[in-house]
Design a protein around this ligand. Sequence first.
Ligand code: ADP
Ligand code: ZN
Length: 745
Amino acid sequence: MSKYAKVLVDIPVEELDQSFDYRVPEKCRDVIRIGQAVMVPFGPRKVTGFVIGLADETEVEEKKIREINRIIFTDTFFDENLLELFQWMAVYYKAKLINIIKTAVPAGVVSGQLKKKTVRIVKLNTEKDEIEEYIIEEGKKAYKQAEVLRILLKADKDYTAAELARLADTSASTIARLVEKGILKYEEIVQERRPVSGEDIKREGPHEANPWQQEVIAAIREQLDKGVHSTFLLHGVTGSGKTEVYLQVIDYALQKSLGAIVLVPEISLTPMMVRRFYSRFGDQIAILHSNLSAGERYDEWRRLKRGEARIAIGARSAVFAPVNNLGLIIIDEEHENTYKQGEYPYYHSREVALKRSKITGSTVILGSATPSLESYYLMRKGIFRLLELPERIKQNPLPPVELVDMREELKKGNTGIFSYQLQEAVRAALGRKEQTLVFLNRRGYANFLFCRECGQTIKCKHCDITLTYHASVDKLRCHYCDFTLNRPANCPHCGGNYLREYGHGTERIEEELKALFPGAVVARMDLDTTGRKGAHQEILEKMEKGEIDILVGTQMVAKGHDYPNIGVVGVVSADTMLNIPDFRAAERTFQLLTQVAGRTGRGDKSGRVIIQTYNPENYSIQAARNHDYKKFYQQEIENRKLFKYPPFSLLTNIIVRGEVEQQVIEAAMALDAFLQKYGKLILEILGPGEAPIAKLRNNYRWQLILKFRSYKERNYVLTKLREFLLEYGRKEVVYNIDVDPLMML
Ligand code: ADP
Ligand code: ZN
């Protein structure tokens, strides 16, 4: 019984981010709940909103207060725990609460675009013996009608008119006639849209855990028994049985009536992976990811809400899944970038999961073969607890990694893309009827200059970031601090005159491979070839069936896939990753190379991994070659400390964009001037400068990178900044505040 409700209205006005009090109509007072969507009057219009509070009193004058028009759904979209999470996110990410809610609840539901799906089925409308009588009397001249009735009498499931007509080899009008006569009737029933039908997946029990797994599982179980928040960092090499651990601890959570969320990177949510979870838990699983239709997603969401499904598996946004009595959140491959939303609101699922688990007292497991530096640092500080699976299950050693020094190739006269060593390995694999993966990183976008003789690039002396080459003005520029340099004639490191622009496309590589190995089937997997829905899957299936000899691809091929017949993995150039203008370049290089190397030696075979590079002595490449995470961590954490990058500072990236360059520059300058006033609270302001992607979809882009010492100081400054922007921000430009940015392009 509540007389008043606080309603957050959905209005696209940036300044407006507060709730308003409304009177609850008498007849709704018993059913109104936090988390419901409602229709309310706002100015001259009616708008939708969410109930975020209930009260028996209000400070609004009685004659001024307006009344809720109606409750749109009696089902709630969030409970108080989730509301607390959303409110925290709004503050942390400096976003509007309404936008956070709209990101978190199933899209389209509130606007009314999404509905429960109903189908019209055909049912008997009279007693059985009456129908049998009808068949005997009319069956001779109305043969088709009789056939329809006979099918329905025997049926053990529901049919739509179309299905029934097909079975009886007749048309829908036959059924319509029977309905007219009152013998049959139509009935509307709700149909669940299910992305996976669990029926045809064989159920399987758990593997007997090996000693390492036993230890890990015991520690997590003990924590689940305590029922208070805690975070584990599960560091296990690829194939060490992490997923099996997830399955077993989820099973334990279920026994304790706790629900679970499993987050996986978008790309690894493959049918193979889904099948594995289904075979263990069947219909207790709900799948949430972006390849589902909006309707399927809504239905899976509802199954969780009703408690029919107890385990949510999905990509980034599944962190908001309405799992009842949540006890466990698992983030697989926790270091993956896809957990960060690349657009407003820029949230990171790991941060959100940690907060959610604190609110609900849940256990979090962050699993990875190459943990993010931030997570490993927090573990070292004693905030996360370390669990390790140091050995592969089948005792296959990790594959040896061969480094090819491309400077030496040049000396041997090989100016092509592929080293002799890689060519020879591919040829041998083809001879053994084994497959090859050729991996190319193309996410850098930005160009850079590098020296083919010494392999080095030119870095910013202030930021330790590779300078980006701008061909139009023939200059090098730092995208953190805007330091600019004319293009040097010779390499500043070795004096050589082989300074070149970098970059090969996947297409070119595919062509060269076809030319080198005329008999082989070469396929390519990148954004161009997988744009169409299902295309990605088709390529993977062909690969699985052995219909492809050599697969060329970008990031997509590196992750999660498990093919027993891969004999060779080749990395065209480790340097493209190493030189992207981002302080995480070394970390990404290490992660990706480790990941790529893990693609082979999975079955009974041991595979070859060949990495081509101009920087064989670089620590991230060396550590990947030796499968040595700890060594990499030690070196990298020193660098971060030296240049005050996370985890030794808190970053925020402010991007200003607009169609008129001059306006964008002025806006960025004005921002800088404002921020200077808070100089004491800010560790460092880098920029303003042009963003690495200086122009995107006709928008010029400038950025400022802020480093802070503490959450408190950051929050204070960003709150002031937001107020400033709302009041004085230019209408012609867009300001994006990216809190804890990951990709600073
Ligand atoms: P990860 O998630 O670390 O890559 P998985 O859990 O996928 O490792 O395990 C790798 C392979 O080993 C899978 O095929 C899995 O079914 C199998 N496996 C895992 N644990 C065991 C075990 N205790 N006994 C036998 N096989 C196991
Ligand atoms: Zn710089």
